[in-house]
Write a protein that binds this ligand. Structure first.
Ligand SMILES: *[C@@H]1O[C@H](CO)[C@@H](O)[C@H](O)[C@H]1NC(C)=O
Ligand SMILES: *[C@@H]1O[C@H](CO)[C@@H](O)[C@H](O)[C@H]1NC(C)=O
Ligand SMILES: *[C@@H]1O[C@H](CO)[C@@H](O)[C@H](O)[C@H]1NC(C)=O
Ligand SMILES: *[C@@H]1O[C@H](CO)[C@@H](O)[C@H](O)[C@H]1NC(C)=O
Ligand SMILES: *[C@@H]1O[C@H](CO)[C@@H](O)[C@H](O)[C@H]1NC(C)=O
Ligand SMILES: *[C@@H]1O[C@H](CO)[C@@H](O)[C@H](O)[C@H]1NC(C)=O
Ligand SMILES: *[C@@H]1O[C@H](CO)[C@@H](O)[C@H](O)[C@H]1NC(C)=O
Ligand SMILES: *[C@@H]1O[C@H](CO)[C@@H](O)[C@H](O)[C@H]1NC(C)=O
Ligand SMILES: *[C@@H]1O[C@H](CO)[C@@H](O)[C@H](O)[C@H]1NC(C)=O
Ligand SMILES: *[C@@H]1O[C@H](CO)[C@@H](O)[C@H](O)[C@H]1NC(C)=O
Ligand SMILES: *[C@@H]1O[C@H](CO)[C@@H](O)[C@H](O)[C@H]1NC(C)=O
Length: 658
């Protein structure tokens, strides 16, 4: 019995009614669907969730509690969480559940903050995440059929779920944890396979590990065409749609499959995703508040996707496209969400909180407000080495030799860069055409270490090179820009996916180097004097790019900023590459493409004074420096993710034709 309840009076205190029941049911918490009253029922009481999406894989673990607190203070009673399989099973049977991958810790924190959890364990999640969360090692088997009842695929799914679901089971609401519902697959109705055997298999697998009581659900676009292949008897069908949608009509689609039960919009879009080379997406606040208000007015359950977007650190971004299109996503996953990439409440946050307060009580307490930011200023970057100088360190086991190129996945590497090397098999005087439609996704071509040009997956399949002598070394340095995360052509192997020809002759006898950047970058910082400096000779104006190279700089030791604060690395002037601070992979930068110009640098990766902080850039194409001009880069106190965008590439001092 709650004492304040008696003081306030029983009838006017709905909260206390709930807590009375919670008390009565506390021995065995329940969460079910009531089809007579079209609602969820929690511990015997009608329940409606107002939820927001947050992906623990996109927020440093040190900030999980801060972000969850802000979500709670906005009036949310639940969060929605995707589990990216590839973030946890790095190679078959090799698991990571520590640090930023400590999923159980994250879910426990949510519960501690008073938030229930709508869980989306996949196996496929989309999420603008590399391969939609599926591990790229699945692609080593070239005949695998992802997201279907394919034997090899299901075997890997079963093994993974056998590890994951036993961790989830004790965290179900019925078992005293925060998880109220669990999604099966994700928007499966948008995938052409339409394989009910697969869905049935997942259903049985989830039931086997999670028991008969948990509410399983599916999510599909709000049209009966999407729901058709996305749901199954026993899995509660929900829909997703954004602001400006006709709510009545959207829920008619859900009703076509669920004539009774709660109305649920599992993804109400507060913003939208970005792509390199395309304008930054902004969703209007008034459109959001209007539709959100309608949803809450009719008693619908709603999850806001995203509430906190976060960052695609490292190589974790996905890509959209397929066929003759390929649009990778940038490092920022700000999503124009109510909490910014750095976790700060925006105008949208307060507007949403106002709408929620009209329908549900908002916790009392102080606003957490934005966290402090600091501009550490301009620092000097010293050219360090080219990738050639450290090839032995990047590829400690040396190359694998094959007759024809094999993919990154066949080399058992799942992201980043790979070097393909062969000798030119003949003498020629005239220009040759190097061609391949098999580049995944962007390749830097060098002959005897001299840059020749860039080949890409979509736009540029052949180029002229001046090979002269038999035995000249051809290097193809390939970047994976992230696996497709959506669409029918999901299987998207990287590296070189077929043959490379020189005037029609198929090139053979390749030496292929796996390159382990994430392991080596911290080593490079420590050992830098061991390596020769990059030749500082001015790059020829007509060179298509500079050999991919490392640059290092030290942040100022500002004892006044102790502990360190969040900052933003402004990459303007640099071309394209990867940035690391203290060995942490901040992600890709490509200001010459836009719209993202700054990279978010969370304070959690910075060392407090007097320890020093080191920035390492791996610049693929061209640094803004010469013998006459020092290389610099700047840390500023605010993000710029809506910069100018360019469809074309800036190569060798001019805009390319592709
Ligand atoms: C590759 O996948 C196919 C289709 O599931 C399967 O028949 C085959 O056994 C798999 N190969 C390997 C080496 O696992
Ligand atoms: C919304 O959809 C419903 C059902 O299809 C329809 O009756 C109604 O006129 C629509 N409202 C608007 C504003 O278009
Ligand atoms: C809110 O902030 C004020 C002023 O900083 C402080 O006095 C008060 O204790 C805070 N209240 C809570 C609930 O934290
Ligand atoms: C691989 O090929 C390179 C270049 O032809 C050669 O030097 C090396 O010995 C080969 N390695 C093996 C293991 O065959
Ligand atoms: C290619 O040229 C080199 C010297 O220019 C010569 O030694 C070699 O025999 C030539 N190879 C062929 C196949 O003609
Ligand atoms: C290669 O092809 C190009 C374009 O067709 C041609 O100009 C060149 O002469 C060819 N080179 C050789 C060595 O065949
Ligand atoms: C190849 O040689 C031609 C003729 O000398 C020259 O115009 C062209 O720039 C050269 N290309 C490269 C990539 O060096
Ligand atoms: C080069 O690529 C273009 C466009 O993909 C194509 O039209 C052309 O035929 C190619 N040339 C050669 C020599 O492969
Ligand atoms: C590469 O070329 C060889 C020899 O022409 C051919 O047998 C093989 O099928 C080709 N591979 C691909 C993936 O096209
Ligand atoms: C490729 O390597 C094999 C085995 O070492 C050799 O017999 C063959 O001549 C090589 N082919 C070319 C084009 O260099
Ligand atoms: C970019 O975003 C900032 C911050 O929201 C805004 O002030 C600025 O006007 C925007 N710039 C452009 C070009 O949209």
């Amino acid at each position: 019995m709650n004492f304040s309840c008696l003081l306030l009076g029983f009838l006017t205190c709905t909260f206390c009614v709930t807590s009375l029941h919670a008390k009565a049911y506390s021995e065995s918490p329940t969460f079910t669907i009531d089809r007579n009253y079209d609602t969820f029922v929690k511990d015997g009481q009608p329940f409606r969730y107002i939820s927001g999406s947050i992906h623990y894989s996109r927020v440093p673990s040190m900030y999980w509690e801060d972000r969850l607190q802000k979500m709670y203070m906005a009036g949310l009673n639940a969060i929605q969480v995707y589990i990216p399989w590839n973030f946890h099973e790095l190679s078959p049977g090799k698991y990571n559940f520590d640090g930023d991958a400590d999923l159980v810790q994250f879910l426990n924190l949510a519960q501690k903050k008073g938030l229930l959890v709508v869980l989306r364990p996949g196996p496929y999640i989309c999420a603008e995440w590399d391969l939609g969360g599926l591990p790229a090692w699945l692609l080593k088997n070239t005949s695998i059929a992802l997201r279907s009842s394919d034997e090899a695929y299901l075997e890997a799914v079963d093994t993974w779920m056998g590890v994951l679901l036993p961790k989830i089971q004790p965290l179900l609401y019925q078992n005293g944890g925060p998880i109220i519902t669990v999604q099966v697959e994700n928007e499966y109705g948008s995938f052409p396979a339409c394989d009910y055997t697969y869905l049935k298999h997942l259903y049985q697998l989830f039931r086997e590990y999670l028991g008969p009581d948990v509410v399983l659900f599916s999510t599909d676009g709000a049209g009966t065409g999407y729901l058709k292949c996305g749901t199954l008897e026993g899995i509660y069908a929900t829909v997703d749609f954004g602001p400006g949608t006709n709510v009545t009509k959207a829920f008619q689609a859900q009703r076509a499959y669920e004539p009774s039960g709660p109305l649920v919009n599992s993804e109400f879009y507060t913003g939208w995703l970005d792509h390199w080379g395309m304008k930054h997406q902004v969703t209007s606040i008034t459109a959001i508040t209007k539709t959100l208000d309608e949803l809450l007015k009719i008693g619908a359950n709603v999850n806001m996707y995203m509430f906190e977007g976060g960052t695609n650190f490292g190589f974790w971004n996905g890509a959209n496209g397929g066929g003759d299109k390929f649009n990778p996503q940038p490092t920022s996953y700000d999503y124009n969400a109510p909490l910014s990439e750095a976790g700060d409440p925006t105008e949208k946050y307060y507007a949403i909180r106002d709408v929620i307060s009209r329908h549900s009580s908002i916790p009392v307490g102080n606003d957490t407000g934005p966290s402090p930011k600091y501009g550490y200023g301009t620092i000097q970057m010293s050219p360090q080495t080219t990738f050639y100088d450290v090839l032995d360190t990047l590829s400690p086991y040396g190359p694998i030799n094959t007759t024809y190129p094999i993919t990154m996945e066949q080399m058992q590497q799942y992201s980043g860069f790979m070097l393909y090397q062969t000798a030119i098999p003949f003498n020629v005087t005239s220009p040759l055409f190097l061609s391949s439609t098999a580049i995944r996704d962007r390749a830097y071509i060098m002959i005897n270490k001299v840059p020749q040009g860039i080949l890409t997956r979509i736009d540029n399949h052949n180029m002229s090179i001046n090979a002269t002598t038999e035995g000249d070394i051809l290097d193809i340095f390939v970047e994976s820009q992230g696996h497709l995360n959506y669409g029918p052509d999901l299987a998207d192997p990287k590296g070189i996916f077929g043959n490379v020809t020189l005037n029609g002759t198929v090139l053979t006898n390749w030496s292929i180097y796996s390159l382990d950047f994430d392991r080596v970058m911290p080593l490079l910082l420590k050992k830098r004097t061991k390596y020769p400096y990059i030749n500082k000779q001015k790059v020829k104006d007509d060179a298509p790019f500079q050999v991919p190279s490392f640059y290092v700089g030290t942040l100022p030791d500002l004892a006044v900023i102790n502990p360190p604060q969040d900052t933003f690395l402004r990459t303007t002037g640099w071309t394209k590459g990867q940035a690391y601070i203290n060995g942490f992979n901040l992600g890709r930068y490509w200001p010459m493409k836009g719209p993202q110009v700054t990279l978010y640098v969370p304070a959690s990766i910075l060392h407090a004074s007097p320890k020093i902080n080191k920035l390492l850039l791996f610049e693929l194409e061209g640094a803004p420096c010469s013998p006459e001009q020092l290389c610099t880069i700047e840390f500023i106190d605010r993000p710029i993710i809506n910069g100018t965008v360019h469809q074309k590439d800036f190569i060798g001092g001019k805009w390319s034709n592709f």
